[in-house]
Write a new protein. Structure first.
Length: 374
């Protein structure tokens, strides 16, 4: 199941919204409507507070999107490809195909985000002054002041020197420039990120014990996220070092077992899934590859229909993200495996199936390479 849906495309960059984004949207709207705006504008009715909350929340996330776009546009200016931007429960993330090639580019990209947040804070400060001086209704002043404060907070939070926050990336750029070693720089910056994560979780626990239940849970949640992101960023860099440039053709599983397109579920369970104990198989008809059938696809079919349902009826039709060539880089294969939600890639050359490579195969390659070269 796809976890995000396409919202729009700006500057040739696709923007997606992850379904978790609606969690934080709901929490922000609720907290503003029930807590913040009743305090700033007590004379207004409840409907007005909810309307102000919705407007403010949407403008806040527009600000976060502008923050991410600033990273992306600087990256594109420096010849780095951006696959897209995703808004999710903690804000947003820009997906780069490659890491920056120099500390200078890393610094400019990282600094662009907080710079945009502080610029937006100035814009909302100017709007607040305009609302006050022009005698506009107080609710407009409340909204612009809230957005000014939040953009300052976003900018300051992102400047914390813990990877993968923007401040951590700025720190990594400085260490990279000084040490001339991106791996060491990333390790140190990730260490700061983990330290900040432990601080957040500790402060969250303090809030829990003090009775601030919601604040405590969120701080612990954010702490776990920052720690996992710091770990994942470092692992990705190390993995790239050990397997980048490795062609997958020599590491594929050959003599691939395929399922005939017209075979029915009842037979394929016994003759393929139970016999070979794989979770997925290519589906073919007359030596033509039609798609991939997974165990999950079969589980979606009621048992009463197994005798008349064929592999072709329920398979995943062949897509570009399920196919790769033997000369492809292992990192490219890993990116495709993460995107296709199948866990395997068909290695095809000139319409001929040469073999299969799985996520497990590439991780095993990484483990062996890291043991040999580490």
């Amino acid at each position: 199941m796809k976890r995000s849906f396409h919202l729009t495309t700006l500057f040739n960059i696709p923007v997606e919204i992850n379904y978790t984004w609606f969690i934080i949207l709901g929490l922000v709207v609720y907290s503003l409507a029930r807590g913040y705006f009743p305090y700033t504008d007590p004379d207004l009715d409840q409907f007005s507070h909810w309307l102000m909350a919705v407007i403010s929340a949407l403008l806040l996330f527009a600000s976060l999107l502008a923050h991410e776009f600033s990273h992306s546009l600087v990256a594109m200016h420096n010849k780095l490809s951006i696959k897209g931007i995703t808004l999710f429960v903690f804000g947003g993330v820009a997906h780069m195909e490659n890491e920056p090639q120099s500390p200078g580019i890393e610094f400019k990209m990282a600094a662009a985000g907080p710079a945009m947040s502080f610029f937006l804070a100035l814009v909302f400060f100017a709007l607040s002054l305009a609302c006050y001086n022009l005698g506009l209704p107080h609710f407009a002043l409340s909204i612009t002041q809230y957005l000014m404060i939040l953009n300052i907070a976003v900018g300051l939070f992102n400047l914390i020197p813990g990877f993968p926050l923007d401040g951590g990336r700025i720190l990594r750029a400085a260490l990279w420039h000084y040490l001339r070693d991106i791996r060491k720089a990333t390790a140190i910056a990730s260490g700061f990120g983990k330290g900040f994560a432990f601080f957040l979780m500790g402060f969250g626990l303090f809030n829990l014990l003090s009775g601030a239940l919601i604040a405590g849970i969120w701080l612990i949640f954010i702490g776990f996220f920052v720690m996992e992101a710091a770990d994942a960023s470092y692992r990705q860099l190390v993995m790239k070092r050990f397997i980048s440039g490795t062609k997958i053709g020599d590491y594929i599983t050959k003599d691939v077992i395929v399922i005939p397109a017209e075979m029915r579920i009842g037979r394929m369970i016994d003759e393929y899934f139970l016999r070979y104990r794989h979770h997925s198989f290519p589906v073919v008809r007359d030596d033509q590859i039609l798609g991939i059938l997974t165990l999950h696809d079969i589980k979606l079919v009621p048992r009463d229909n197994w005798l008349e349902t064929t592999a072709r009826d329920i398979m995943k039709p062949l897509r570009q993200d399920m196919v790769i060539g033997p000369q492809a880089d292992a990192m490219e294969a890993l990116a495709k495996l993460a995107a296709n939600q199948v866990g395997r890639l068909l290695v095809i050359e000139r319409d001929k199936l040469l073999g299969i490579i799985s996520h497990k195969d590439i991780m095993r390659l990484f483990e062996i390479r890291s043991e040999i070269e580490g």
